[in-house]
Write a protein that binds this ligand. Structure first.
Ligand SMILES: [Mg+2]
Length: 228
C-alpha cells in the first residue's frame, strides 16, 4: 500500500512503567531507601502527598510531590538527599529482562516509540537514564493521559498501523474504542495493573506475560487484528 511519509511498516507505541521498566520494584526500593533516611512516619506522609498529587493532577509527579513535602522536612540537607534519591535513582537496574532485546528487534522490523504518562521532568529523565530512550532512538513522548493524544501521536509518526503495548487494560480498551481500524492492542501482564482482572469494555487483541515475549509477535499476524 502506498504510504508516503510513513516512518515504517508499523509504529509500536510502548508504555514505560511496568511495561518496559519494573516501576513496582523501583517504588518498593525507593520506599526502603526513604525509610532509612526519614523513618516510617515521615515516609508514610511522603506517600500520602504523592497520592494526593496523583489524584489532583492525574499522573505521578515527583517534583510536585517534593515541593509539597518540603515543609515536613527538618532541613534543606534532607530535602537535597531525598531529591537525589528520587532523581538520581539507578533507573537502568529496573529495566525488565529482555526489554532492550525486544526494542532492538522492533527497530529491525518496524518503528518503536515510547509514549508514557507522567510529569515533564522526572519521567523523561527516568526514560533517558534507564537507557530506554536511546533504545528507541529518542522517540519519546510524555502525556498525562496518552489516550487523549492519539491523533498527535499518529501525526508525529505516520504509519499504516499502530501497535499499542501497555500494562493497563484500561488504556488499551480506550485506544481500541477510538481507533479500531488503526490500532492493535497488546496487554503485558506485568506489575500490579497488568495482573489485575480485566474489567474494561474492549478486551486486548493480544496478551503476553512478559515484555520479552514481544519478539515472538509477527507483523502480519498483528495486522490481522485491525478492524476492517
Ligand atoms: Mg504502565
Amino acid at each position: 500500500m502506498a504510504n508516503p511519509g510513513a516512518v515504517g511498516p508499523a509504529v509500536f507505541i510502548l508504555d514505560c512503567d511496568d511495561t518496559l521498566l519494573d516501576n513496582d520494584a523501583l517504588k518498593d526500593d525507593l520506599d526502603t531507601r526513604l525509610r532509612a533516611l526519614l523513618g516510617g512516619p515521615l515516609v508514610a506522609r511522603f506517600w500520602q502527598v504523592y497520592e494526593a498529587v496523583r489524584a489532583e493532577t492525574g499522573a505521578v509527579d515527583y517534583p510536585l510531590t517534593l515541593a509539597r513535602f518540603r515543609p515536613a522536612l527538618p532541613n534543606e540537607t534532607t530535602l537535597a538527599q531525598i531529591h537525589a534519591l528520587i532523581m538520581d535513582y539507578p533507573f537502568a537496574t529496573c529495566v525488565y529482562p529482555g526489554a532492550l532485546d525486544a526494542l532492538a528487534h522492533l527497530r529491525a522490523i518496524a518503528f518503536p516509540a515510547i509514549v508514557s504518562d507522567g510529569d515533564s521532568v522526572y519521567q523523561p529523565r527516568k526514560i533517558a537514564r534507564s537507557g530506554l530512550a536511546a533504545a528507541v532512538d529518542g522517540h519519546v513522548l510524555i502525556y498525562v493521559h496518552k489516550e487523549e493524544h492519539l491523533d498527535e501521536v499518529m501525526a508525529r509518526w505516520p504509519a499504516p498501523f499502530y501497535v499499542m503495548v501497555d500494562d493497563k487494560a484500561r488504556i488499551l480498551s480506550a485506544t481500541k474504542q477510538l481507533h479500531p481500524d488503526r490500532f492493535v492492542t497488546v496487554h503485558v501482564r506485568q506489575g500490579h495493573y497488568g495482573r489485575a482482572p480485566d474489567r474494561f469494555p474492549i478486551a486486548p487483541d493480544l496478551t503476553i506475560a512478559r515484555i520479552a515475549d514481544l519478539r515472538a509477535l509477527d507483523l502480519a499476524d498483528l495486522r490481522s487484528h485491525l478492524a476492517s
